[in-house]
Design a protein around this ligand. Structure first.
Ligand SMILES: [Fe+2]
Length: 259
């Protein structure tokens, strides 16, 4: 069995649209462990309608991790977030550091792809995060209906700037609808999916990395490549990080960085 790492998991209780209680968090962790996952980044929504004060996340993550260990589960849990792109301007450098992943010099942020898609405003927000020293992993781009439509140029620019794509396992399984599934398969087949994440929230949206991996194989991906999407690729991101590429002068719209 591949040792699985899940970079996108709504595990913390009572914060967002994830588990409402500690008991529900533990049940989700148990499901993940049974699926073969031994490392989880807890990624509550940090955006205008959910967590806007990240100060409490580290301590809450620590206490949930301790409860998971007490329950006898071999699942390591780390503090992170699924960041709304608009939050970059609202969070201090220290707050961004609190929810970033990876080692010094390779820190990166999991940024939610808006359902409305990628546009110039989102690109500017991502540029700002890069200018502040963070690489970008875009969460579930396949769930944006226009990702291969009007968003395609911005997506191509993001990929050129070193942004990596995290695809939801449940998208490959059709749980987010036919279009998301089709988009996910296209990204996987094109080699543009860097990692799968569960984006687990509940029993309805469970941790299902293995089933997502199997769906990727069914869609034509070689088994060794599909294994990497839930094994070595996410682990490497945590251990070695992601170095952001410099933003070209033509895109420095904010004057945030002296050119
Ligand atoms: Fe999520």
């Amino acid at each position: 069995m591949v040792s699985q790492t899940d970079l996108h998991f709504h595990l913390l209780p009572g914060l967002d649209d994830g588990p409402p209680s500690l008991a529900a968090s533990l049940e989700l962790a148990e499901l993940a462990a049974a699926d073969g996952t031994d490392r989880i980044v807890a990624t509550p929504h940090v955006r205008g309608d959910f967590v806007t004060d990240v100060g409490e996340l580290e301590e809450l993550t620590r206490s949930v991790a301790a409860e998971i260990a007490r329950a006898g589960l071999s699942v390591r849990v780390e503090c992170g977030a699924e960041l709304g792109h608009e939050m970059g301007g609202r969070l201090s450098q220290a707050e961004l550091e609190l929810v970033a992943q990876g080692p010094p010099g390779g820190r990166w942020l999991l940024v939610e792809t808006p359902f409305s898609g990628l546009d110039e405003g989102v690109a500017e927000a991502l540029d700002e995060l890069r200018d502040r020293g963070f690489g970008i992993v875009l969460a579930h781009p396949e769930r944006s209906a226009q990702i291969f439509g009007r968003c395609a140029p911005v997506l191509a620019e993001e990929l050129a700037r070193g942004t990596l794509l995290q695809i939801n396992a449940l998208s490959l399984l059709g749980v987010h609808g036919d279009l998301s599934r089709w988009n996910a398969i296209q990204l996987v087949a094109a080699g543009q999916a860097h990692v799968l994440g569960s984006d687990a929230h509940s029993f309805v949206r469970p941790p299902a990395l293995t089933a997502g991996r199997d769906a990727a194989i069914e869609a034509g991906l070689p088994r060794s490549t599909a294994d990497r999407l839930i094994g070595s690729a996410p682990l490497r991101l945590l251990e070695r990080g992601l170095v952001p590429l410099p933003v070209p002068l033509s895109r420095r719209r904010h004057g945030l960085v002296a050119a």
